[in-house]
Design a protein around this ligand. Structure first.
Ligand code: AMP
Length: 522
C-alpha cells in the first residue's frame, strides 16, 4: 500500500483482534484472517489492503458503532459509495452484532427516509455530499447521522481514528439477524428481508464448495456492495476461502480489462459480459488464465453464452438467487453448463415448481418456483402478513419467479410472476416470445410486456433493440413470429428503442416499460 493511501485511509501496521465470544459468522469469515498480511483488497490504483489491516479498521469501526450507542440487534443503515470502508462497516456490524442495512447510493432522501424509519435504524452513514439532504431524515427518525466518503474520510472515520484496533466480538447465534436487505420493490412497498447468520454462512459454504473457491483465487469484484450479489456472493465467498478481490468502485471496461490478468474468477450481471463482448480487446488471450466467469441477477441470453464461448473458450456459469434466499441454483462447476438455464439446485436447497395452491407440478411444466433450505430468509421485517403469504409454514418460500425444471433437474427461469401476460384469458410467458425475437435478423435484444387492451384484457407488446448498424424491419419480424408463435402470443405492437431500461443489477425494468406504454391501445 502506498504511504499516501495509508495516510488517507488510516490503515496501520500491527496485529490485533479479540474474539472471545462465539459469533459463528464472524468466526468463519473474519477471525481466521487476523494477523494475515496477505492482500485482501487490491484497489484500482494498485494499492492493497491486507486482511489484517482490514480487520483492524473493522475493529475501530465496531468500537465507533458501539460508542454511538448501538447494541446487538440494532440496525445501522449505510448509504455510501462502494469502498473498502463500506466492507469494513459490514465486518464491524457482524462483530458488534449490529444488523447491517446497506442502501443503494442512488436512492433519494425520500426513499432513505422510508428505509431508516421502517428499520428503526439508530445510525445512518452517508456520503458528505448527501449530508444536508439527509439531516432532516435523521432528525425525524431520531437516528444519528455520520459521514464517510469514497476515500474513507468523514465524521465517522474521524471518530474511529482513535479507537482501539481490537474489539471483543459480541456473542451471536446462527439464528440472530446479520443483515436487513430491502428488496427492489418494483411493486408496492420495498420489503426488508431479514437474513440470519445461518442464511449467509450456509450459502457461502455451499458456494465455496460448489465453485471450488480457495485462497489461491482472486475475484474481479465490480459489483455494488449494497446488493446480495456483490456483498454476500462475492465478498462472503472470498472471506470464507481467504481469496483476494480486485476491488473496483464500479464496472468499467478499461479497468476490467486491465485487472483481468490478475484475477482468476469474475462475477457479473449479464450486462458486464455483453459489454466485454462488444470490446474487441476482450479475447481468448485476455481470459485464457481465468478459472471461472459467473453470471446472475438477471437472465443471461443463450446467445451471449454462445458468443462468449466462441470468443474466449469459457462457458459462463449461470446461477440464480434473490435477496430473500441468497443463491438457490447453479450450473455445475465441473459438468454440463446449459445455456438459458440456471442449473441445478445447490446442495441443501430444495426447489419445486408449483401451481397457485402449492401443489407440485410434473417435471417440464411451468409454474411458480418455491425454494427451501438454510439459505431462505427469516421473513420480512415487521410485515408478518406479507411473510405469511410468501413463506409457507413448511419453510418453502414462494419466489414469484415462473420456472420449469427438466428431467435432469436443470431449472429454467421463464420470468417474474407479475410479468406473466394474460391475453384473452390465455397465459403468455414473456421469455418464450423474447427467445423467438432475440434470434431474428437485426434484433439485439427484446423485452416483451403486457399492456391494457380493451378487448383482450392485456395485449402482447414487444420492445425491440436493433443491432447497431443493422437495418431493422418490423414486417420481417412479424412474418417470422407468425411461423413460430401461436396467434395469441404474437406481439400486437413492435416498438423500437435504442436500449432497454435496466437497474444497476442489469434487470430490465419491465414495470417502467409497462407504465410508458399503458395507453397504447386506449
Ligand atoms: P434480487 O432480489 O434483486 O437479487 O432479484 C432477484 C430476482 O432476480 C429473482 O427473483 C429473479 O427474478 C432474478 N434473477 C436472479 N438471477 C437470475 C438468473 N440467473 N436468471 C434469471 N433471473 C434471475
Amino acid at each position: 500500500m502506498t504511504a499516501c493511501l495509508l495516510a488517507r485511509r488510516h490503515y496501520t501496521c500491527g496485529h490485533g483482534g479479540n474474539h472471545l465470544a462465539q459469533n459463528p459468522l464472524y468466526d468463519a469469515l473474519f477471525k481466521p484472517h487476523h494477523g494475515s498480511e496477505q492482500p485482501f483488497l487490491i484497489l484500482a490504483d494498485d494499492s492493497a489492503i491486507s486482511f489484517d489491516a482490514f480487520l483492524r479498521q473493522a475493529a475501530r469501526f465496531a468500537h465507533t458503532i458501539t460508542a454511538c450507542g448501538l447494541d446487538p440487534g440494532d440496525r445501522l443503515a449505510m448509504q455510501i459509495h462502494k469502498s473498502p470502508e463500506a466492507l469494513a462497516l459490514y465486518a464491524a456490524c457482524v462483530s458488534a452484532g449490529v444488523v447491517f442495512l446497506p442502501l443503494n447510493p442512488a436512492y433519494t432522501a425520500r426513499e432513505v427516509d422510508y428505509f431508516v424509519s421502517d428499520a428503526g435504524a439508530k445510525l445512518l452513514l452517508c456520503d458528505p455530499e448527501d449530508e444536508t439532504a439527509l439531516r432532516p431524515v435523521a432528525k425525524t427518525n431520531d437516528a444519528r447521522l455520520m459521514t464517510l466518503d469514497r476515500l474513507g474520510l468523514g465524521t465517522f472515520s474521524d471518530a474511529a481514528r482513535t479507537q482501539p484496533e481490537q474489539f471483543d466480538t459480541q456473542a451471536r447465534s446462527l439464528d440472530d439477524l446479520a443483515a436487513l436487505l430491502y428488496t427492489s420493490g418494483t411493486t408496492g412497498r420495498s420489503k426488508g428481508a431479514m437474513l440470519s447468520q445461518r442464511n449467509l454462512l450456509s450459502n457461502a459454504e455451499t458456494l465455496r464448495d460448489t465453485w471450488q473457491f480457495s485462497s489461491k483465487d482472486s475475484l474481479l469484484h465490480a459489483l455494488p456492495v449494497f446488493h446480495t450479489h456483490g456483498l454476500f456472493v462475492g465478498t462472503n465467498l472470498c472471506l470464507l476461502s481467504g481469496a483476494a478481490m480486485q476491488f473496483l468502485p464500479k464496472f468499467d471496461l478499461d479497468s476490467t480489462l486491465r485487472l483481468l490478468p490478475r484475477a482468476t474468477v469474475m462475477m457479473g450481471v449479464p450486462t458486464y459480459y455483453t459489454r466485454l463482448l462488444a470490446d474487441p480487446r476482450f479475447d481468448r488471450e485476455t481470459s485464457s488464465h481465468m478459472r471461472l466467469f459467473v453470471s446472475g441477477s438477471a437472465p443471461l441470453l443463450a446467445d451471449t453464452h454462445a458468443q462468449f464461448e466462441v470468443r474466449t473458450g469459457h462457458r459462463i456459469l449461470e446461477r440464480y438467487g434473490m435477496t430473500e434466499t441468497n443463491m438457490n441454483t447453479s450450473n455445475p462447476y465441473a459438468g454440463d453448463r446449459r445455456a438459458g438455464t440456471v442449473g441445478l439446485p445447490l446442495p441443501g436447497v430444495e426447489v419445486k415448481i408449483c401451481n397457485k395452491n402449492g401443489d407440485e407440478l410434473p417435471r417440464g411444466e411451468t409454474g411458480t418456483l418455491e425454494v427451501r433450505g438454510p439459505n431462505v430468509f427469516q421473513g420480512y421485517w415487521q410485515m408478518p402478513e406479507k411473510t405469511k403469504t410468501e413463506l409457507r409454514d413448511c419453510g418453502f418460500f414462494i419466489t414469484g419467479d415462473l420456472a420449469s425444471q427438466d428431467t435432469d433437474g436443470y431449472v429454467t427461469i421463464v420470468g417474474r410472476g407479475k410479468d406473466l401476460i394474460i391475453s384473452g384469458g390465455l397465459n403468455i410467458y414473456p421469455k418464450e416470445v423474447e427467445m423467438v425475437l432475440d434470434v431474428m435478423p437485426g434484433v439485439l435484444e427484446s423485452a416483451v410486456i403486457g399492456v391494457p387492451h380493451p378487448d383482450f384484457g392485456e395485449a402482447v407488446v414487444a420492445i425491440i433493440v436493433p443491432q447497431p448498424g443493422v437495418c431493422f424491419d418490423p414486417e420481417t419480424i412479424k412474418a417470422a413470429a407468425k411461423t413460430q408463435l401461436a396467434p395469441f402470443k404474437r406481439p400486437k405492437s413492435l416498438i423500437e428503442l435504442p436500449d432497454l431500461p435496466r437497474n444497476t443489477m442489469g434487470k430490465v425494468q419491465k414495470a417502467a416499460l409497462r407504465a410508458n406504454y399503458q395507453d397504447l391501445f386506449k
